[in-house]
Design a protein around this ligand. Structure first.
Ligand SMILES: *Cc1c(COP(=O)(O)O)cnc(C)c1O
Length: 376
């Protein structure tokens, strides 16, 4: 008798996974268009990646050995870059793994919950759901500031509060006084995680200098955005030593592949940091130009702020515009399913050429719309 695999899977799969579907990452959504034969080169402005691919070298002498769990060649320069001590830092497979480790270490499945403030980054809720941890919601206000009163009602109901600043996908930074209010309110009851994945684009806003002041503060960082290394999967969690110590209980024994550690070390050298700073400046200049150009289209309304490496906007013709761009292999990200972001699309700032190409396509799109007499 041949067993039916699907029947077996349905019988065995964790209860809390039954309703879930695999994460629709920006990359996965359009993977099918990748192996297209025609000449048009796809342009990826949908995942907030850097347009710059920098060069690194790999020494293969150590590849026969298991790597360090927390390689000091990465920990030391990042701690120094972030202004924390080595024991206040954990390196992991992207900030995404940091999110999951925090949930696994500090929330009991089937019992505890986290608090999120949408519209925001999707992985907090996804990680919680896969761990059978509850997700409570305090929506951002219409101006995308935190709804402090709503957040306060969750005291003793959640173990972790996730705050993203600069926030993906609104591009807004949370006022430091607001984050401090949350830290104080949950001082003896929950961790407050400030996700600083885009902090290099709004560097003065960091909370990394406040670990001594707030025992419940946790900060997430990554090499995926400003450092242009999304491909190596390297992120950091900054927190007081007791929190880091607890995360080490749940992290895999060898999370950092040797080549990843080598590349991260080079990216965090003085030369690597200087290059990152230069590229952040270039992206910021391009962002200002792109934003200016977009604001001139009557069919486009800019939404949120520009504190990261992307621009969010609303258009009544969102679907037609998206379809038009996809048909020209220009990939941006639909954010319209997020709370309070109806008809919103997000553009990652690319290089000069990519941004110009995008603008010319948007121009073509709106020109064709007015020619066919479609309503604005
Ligand atoms: C991209 C992103 C991350 C994930 O970073 P990785 O290090 O690539 O896992 C985390 N938080 C936010 C807000 C992001 O936009």
């Amino acid at each position: 008798m041949t067993a039916n695999v699907q029947t077996l899977v349905d019988k065995l799969v964790c209860e809390n996974l039954k309703a879930l579907v695999p994460y629709e990452s920006a990359r996965r959504l359009f993977a099918a268009s990748d192996n297209n034969q025609d000449a048009q080169v796809p342009v990826w402005l949908n995942a907030n990646e850097s347009p710059f691919a920098n060069e690194y070298s790999i020494d293969s002498d150590l590849l026969n050995r298991y790597p360090d769990c927390q390689p000091s060649a990465v920990i030391k320069p990042y701690a120094s870059y972030a202004g924390v001590n080595n024991k206040q830092l954990l390196v992991s497979r992207g900030a995404d793994e940091g999110i999951e480790l925090l949930i696994r270490a500090f929330c009991t499945p089937g019992k505890d919950s986290i608090l999120i403030c949408p519209p925001t980054y999707g992985m907090y809720a996804i990680s919680a759901e896969t761990c059978n941890v509850g997700v409570d919601v305090a929506l951002l206000k219409p101006d995308f500031s935190l709804d402090i009163e709503a957040i306060k009602t969750f005291k003793d109901k959640v173990n972790i509060v996730f705050i993203c600043s600069p926030n993906n996908p609104t591009g807004t930074s949370v006022a430091p006084q607001q984050i401090e209010q949350v830290l104080n309110h949950f001082a003896d009851s929950a961790l407050v995680v400030v996700d600083e994945a885009y902090i290099e684009f709004d560097a003065t806003c960091t909370f990394a200098t406040k670990l001594a002041e707030y025992p419940n503060l946790v900060i997430l960082r990554t090499l995926s955005k400003a450092f242009a290394l999304a491909g190596i999967r390297c992120g950091f969690t900054l927190a007081n030593e007791a929190i880091i110590h607890t995360l080490l209980k749940v992290i895999a024994p060898y999370p950092m592949p040797q080549p990843v550690a080598q590349i991260a070390e080079q990216a965090l050298s003085a030369k690597g940091l200087a290059l990152m700073t230069l590229q952040v400046e270039t992206i910021s200049d391009e962002k200002a130009k792109l934003k200016q150009a977009l604001s001139n289209f009557p069919g486009i309304e800019l939404v949120g702020d520009d504190k990261a490496n992307f621009i969010l906007f609303r258009s009544a013709q969102k679907q037609a515009l998206m379809d038009f761009l996809v048909s020209h292999k220009m990939f941006i990200r639909d954010q319209s399913k997020q709370r309070n972001l109806a008809n919103c699309l997000r553009i990652t700032v690319g290089n000069v050429e990519q941004n110009q190409h995008l603008l010319s396509l948007i121009k073509q799109f709106f020109a064709s719309q007015s020619n066919t007499g479609s309503p604005a």
